[in-house]
Structures are given as C-alpha cells and as structure tokens.
Design a protein. Structure first.
Length: 159
C-alpha cells in the first residue's frame, strides 16, 4: 500500500489519499518557486490528462510541496490552476511535510542564494504511480513524455 496522506488540501478540503481508490493517482513532489523541473513535470501531467480525453477522470494528480514555508494553500492552488484545475495541492507545516517526504523516500534540501526568501529547493524528482487499489506501482523519473504517462495510466486503469 502507498503510505496514507491525510491533511487539508490547498483548496481547504480534507484530503485522504485512500479516498482516491478507483483512480490512478500520480504524486509529484515539488515547489511553486521551481524554475524548471516542477513546471515541466506538471505540464507533462496536464498534457497527459488532455490526451486521456473522455477518460481523464481516470487520473488524479496530487502535487505535494517540499517548500511549505513559501507554498501557502492559496499560492499552491493558484500555481496548480495554471496547469490543470483538477490537480490537488498538498502543503502543511514543515513537520507534516517532512513526515510525508519520509514516508515516500523524498529528499529535499534548501539551497540559499542570498536573502531570506532567496533560496531554491533541491529535491528528488519522481512521479509516483498508485493504482486503483492504493498500491504504489511505479516510479517514473523526471523528463518522461506525456504519452508514456498516458500509457502507464491506461495500463493501471485497465487492471
């Protein structure tokens, strides 16, 4: 089983990963100030949902912040809406987010570049695929095209 995630989503609703059973869930860990990797992954995920067309409801994307100090719920919600209004954003206290990262083996390190808010986050960049039964089934490294995401979603959705 994929480790449970249970806390408020960026839109204020109560979120439980286990409530998404019946859908293929893709988790992405990232942050809203990311310059390249996170937006590229989110764009691929948004393109995959578009390519799924009438079957786009098979896929639920959940973006989990590795930078809770800057990723407020409002900022996360606005950021994700640029890609797909159906994406769910998760943020919380630094302790809550550290616990989720630990459960999924995600590393995140703050790299300061001057000033209090002048930092970037170095973090693991994988997409975590969770099947309809809640089992963690695959990790996809950064940079995979939308067609490969669609393929994997369709395989997992057909099971």
């Amino acid at each position: 089983m994929a480790p449970e995630i249970a806390q408020d989503a960026a839109d204020g609703s109560a979120f439980r990963l286990s409530a998404l059973r019946g859908k293929v869930v893709v988790l992405e860990f990232g942050f809203t100030h990311c310059a390249a990797v996170c937006p590229a992954s989110l764009a691929s995920l948004a393109a995959a949902r578009q390519k799924l067309g009438a079957h786009s409801d098979r896929l639920q994307v959940v973006f989990i912040s590795v930078d809770p100090e800057r990723d407020t719920p409002a900022r996360l919600k606005t950021y994700l809406a640029q890609f797909d209004k159906g994406f769910v954003g998760i943020t919380g206290t630094p302790e809550q987010m550290a616990a989720i990262r630990k459960d999924y083996g995600i590393t995140a390190t703050k790299h300061t570049a001057g000033g209090k808010t002048g930092y970037q986050m170095g973090h693991s960049s994988y997409l975590y695929f969770i099947d309809k039964k809640g089992m963690l089934r695959a990790l996809m490294p950064f940079g995979r095209p939308a067609d490969e995401i669609v393929h994997d979603v369709n395989v997992l959705a057909a099971e």
